[in-house]
Ligand binder design. Structure first.
Ligand code: SAM
Length: 251
């Protein structure tokens, strides 16, 4: 199976981001925000900046590490090569097919984090933009079973937002951590440098309307919805309602 056909069935709108990135950049290795320091930063370089921040918080290898939400498997393969005893999980078979095709040596389990179990504990469990898909209490309840150290890079609601599908409240996330015995040891506000990632897609989505309909089977309404939700996302970032954080917890 070729990769374009494989990501066609990634869940929406991840398939849209894959399509745009593949056409714009030639190859896609990561599905997370970049951290932009200059207007002309390439998205891959901005994404690498984010990964470097994460790696700087890892214990020295060899250590046992769990990656929650592996996407295309790039980070999992990288940390395995760095000497970590690394396990990666995602509930998405389509992503696993791509990740295994690219990185046959990576240790991948198809499961939701909420359902994952392992007999041995991990020195670190990390979430690079996967925590937003997991209910905060369930996340920290499961994390407490698996580890004493958690690192999260993700976006949150910083003020009350009532619309369906809104990001997790940061306050609720920190409360859930505390309830399960996790103490916050670091909080880095990356909102300013992460927000241009939304702009990157907004500048391109309308231009890709036809290819998105033709190649991914999206409807014109879905593309229009994506443009509308992207505009509202940009506005939420601009108003400081949404923000991006690196968070570190210990137990
Ligand atoms: C935005 S992607 C980020 C992928 C990757 N971490 C990266 O940075 O490129 C979100 C990832 O979280 C995964 N995910 C969603 N819900 C999950 C859950 N309940 N348990 C584990 N992973 C989940 C998705 O399948 C996907 O791999």
């Amino acid at each position: 199976m070729t990769e374009p056909l494989a990501y066609r069935d990634f869940y929406y709108p991840l398939n849209v981001f894959m399509h745009i990135l593949t056409h714009e950049e030639g190859r896609v290795d990561a599905l997370h925000y970049g951290l932009f320091e200059r207007d002309d930063d390439r998205i891959a370089d901005a994404q690498e900046r984010s990964t470097q921040l994460l790696l700087a918080r890892f214990p020295t290898p060899p250590a046992r590490v769990l990656e929650v939400g592996i996407g295309l498997g790039t980070m999992l393969a990288r940390i395995t090569k760095l000497g970590y005893d690394a396990v990666g999980i995602t509930p998405d078979e389509q992503q696993i097919a791509v990740a295994r095709g690219r990185h046959p040596q990576a240790n991948i389990v198809c499961t939701k984090f909420e359902d994952f179990a392992d007999e041995r504990r991990f020195d670190l469990v990390f979430f690079q933009e996967s925590s937003q898909y997991i209910e905060s209490n369930a996340l920290f309840a499961k994390a407490a079973e698996l580890t004493n150290a958690v690192v999260v890079l993700d976006e949150f609601s910083l003020q009350p937002v009532s619309h369906p599908g809104a990001l997790h409240s940061l306050e609720g996330f920190l409360d859930a951590a505390g309830q399960h015995g996790f103490r916050k040891t670091e909080e880095l506000d990356l909102s300013q440098t992460a927000a241009p990632t939304v702009g990157y897609f907004m500048q391109r989505i309308a231009r890709y309307k036809e290819p998105l309909i033709r190649d991914l089977g999206l409807t014109a309404e879905q593309v229009d919805e994506l443009v509308a939700s992207g505009n509202s996302y940009q506005d939420l970032y601009r108003r400081g309602v949404y923000g991006y954080r690196l968070l570190r917890f210990a137990r």
